[in-house]
Design a protein around this ligand. Structure first.
Ligand SMILES: *[C@@H]1O[C@H](CO)[C@@H](O)[C@H](O)[C@H]1NC(C)=O
Length: 491
């Protein structure tokens, strides 16, 4: 197949995923990306503490801001276009990274099959998550890496891409450090030469550029990389967002993102380990995966998306293994294996992409309609765990909103309890304090069904207008099966 045809297949798949993946994954998809860009361009939007403390880089944000700016100038900035266009942009990049994977892999059908059919990449590949951007760029960089025996010439393109990835997502070093060491080993020039003549100048140039962008956007000189390290490593703010046991990536995270691909990957790994001399590249990739998983396991806060960028390495190894195996296997065996892998991925694609946790996005459509009909009178109160829904990026109108915040203990206050925890400890008391009887009440309250009974006092002055399905399996006791909208009786 021609590369263009392959690209069009990937493009169709990624664009389809923009519209088929309709669920809420993690807050950062909105709060660390769309909301910030919305604030930059339209001058309203909520900036979380990461932005006031300057620990996040604006470099990836300005891409979305540029898009929003163009839409604003063309007067095409409807909420729907603002929601879908950044995802389409990411889908385009992901499709290009899929093509890179295809060219890099050197196998034909199995490369297309494995990358197109990976449930977790399908689930994340069109999201406006920094991790999706990182994974796409990582795949492109891997395809430019001068792997021995692959006929890829020594080049500095991959180092440029790696430098960009590193400054937008410093933890990517856990993947790229071992690979860069491998690069220095296989390189024909002296290590010192390569480091001084390529790594250092490129790194410094990209670093300077990112400091420039961040200082301009933050409004004062800031090195986000330093602030990021300060908060995450020295002050360990990450733990505030949850601590998992050390083996979480091995027992849960890694097997879950691979899904059924775990089996061919395990078989492939055994083959690689047994025939180390024949597969030096795969061995380096395996080493990278082990190193990254080990290092990530040492960090207390763990998430599925943090190891997304390991997927291209995994799929490279297993697609080549499957390809080699299928040449010797019977037709029937190949079909059975392909069908099992296909079904094993389509089920999570469907359930997690279309069913699980969709209510907190669907509710924004209703809230958008309500807000645009009567912006002056509308004020929204979200009584849910913090950042359960997107906000202004999905409303695109400057109505009054309030949600429970969950700031980490940045000022080291003794016995600190964040606002959301205070609320959940005693909802009625929190409401009485924040909404005294003679004051004005918000026009709409948005909540999960499980909270209803605990705030019946205030709800006696409201009437339920929407009940929106969210999930069959709520992740915590604060999350319910349905999202409800209650409207004030005199609204
Ligand atoms: C949005 O609304 C807030 C509160 O009413 C107001 O302070 C702010 O200036 C508004 N921003 C814009 C850009 O209209």
């Amino acid at each position: 197949m021609k590369n263009l045809d392959v690209f069009l297949i990937f493009l169709a798949i990624r664009i389809a995923s923009v519209f088929l993946v309709q669920t809420y994954f993690v807050p950062d998809e909105y709060w660390q990306s769309l909301e910030v860009a919305h604030h930059q361009v339209f001058k309203y939007g909520h900036l979380t503490w990461e932005w006031s403390k300057g620990i996040r880089s604006y470099s990836p944000i300005i891409i979305v801001s540029g898009l929003f700016k163009i839409l604003q100038l063309l007067q095409l900035d409807t909420a729907e276009i603002l929601i879908y266009s950044p995802r389409l942009l990411q889908a385009l990049l992901s499709a290009y990274s899929d093509l890179s994977f295809y060219k890099w892999s050197g196998t034909k059908k199995w490369a297309i099959f494995c990358i197109a059919n990976s449930w977790f990449w399908y689930y994340t590949g069109s999201r406006t998550l920094i991790n999706s951007l990182e994974c796409a760029l990582t795949t492109i960089a891997l395809s430019k890496f001068p792997w021995p025996g692959k006929g890829i010439e020594e080049n500095s393109i991959f180092i440029w891409i790696v430098a960009v990835i590193f400054f937008i997502r410093p933890t990517s070093a856990l993947i790229w450090l071992p690979l860069c060491i491998y690069h220095l080993i296989i390189n024909k020039n002296s290590v010192l030469n390569v480091v001084l003549k390529t790594y250092l100048p490129i790194g410094l140039f990209v670093f300077a550029l990112s400091v420039l962008v961040d200082s301009l956007c933050h409004g004062s000189f800031v090195v986000t990389l330093y602030e990021f390290l300060k908060f995450n490593i020295f002050e360990d703010v990450g733990s505030f967002y949850g601590v998992q046991p050390w083996h979480w990536y091995l027992s849960t995270g890694f097997p879950a993102i691979l899904g059924i691909q775990f089996l061919p990957f395990m078989s492939a790994s055994t083959v690689v380990l047994k025939n180390r001399k024949v597969h030096p590249n795969e061995l380096a990739m395996l080493g990278t995966i082990v190193f990254a998983l080990t290092m990530y396991s040492c960090l207390p806060h763990k998430e599925f998306r943090f190891i997304l960028s390991l997927l291209p390495l995994v799929l490279y190894i297993s697609s080549r293994f499957l390809s080699a195996w299928s040449r010797k296997a019977s037709r029937a065996a190949v079909w059975v294996v392909a069908t099992v892998i296909f079904v094993g991925n389509v089920v999570p694609m469907w359930y997690l992409g279309m069913v699980h946790q969709r209510g907190t996005l669907d509710v924004m459509t209703s809230l958008r309609q309500i807000s645009h009909k009567n912006p002056q009178q509308t004020s929204l109160l979200f009584l849910m765990p913090c950042h359960s829904t997107p906000l202004y990026s999905h409303l695109h109108i400057n109505v009054t909103t309030r949600f429970l915040t969950c700031l980490p203990n940045l000022n080291n206050i003794d016995g600190y309890v964040d606002e959301a925890d205070q609320f959940y400890k005693n909802p009625s008391a929190w409401l009485r304090q924040n909404y005294p009887p003679n004051g004005t009440l918000p026009s709409h309250i948005i909540l999960f069904d499980v909270l209803e009974a605990n705030i019946s006092d205030i709800l006696s002055r409201y009437k339920q207008t929407h009940e929106i399905f969210h999930t069959d399996m709520p992740a915590t006791s604060r999350i319910g099966k349905y999202v409800l909208i209650h409207k004030r009786l005199d609204y």
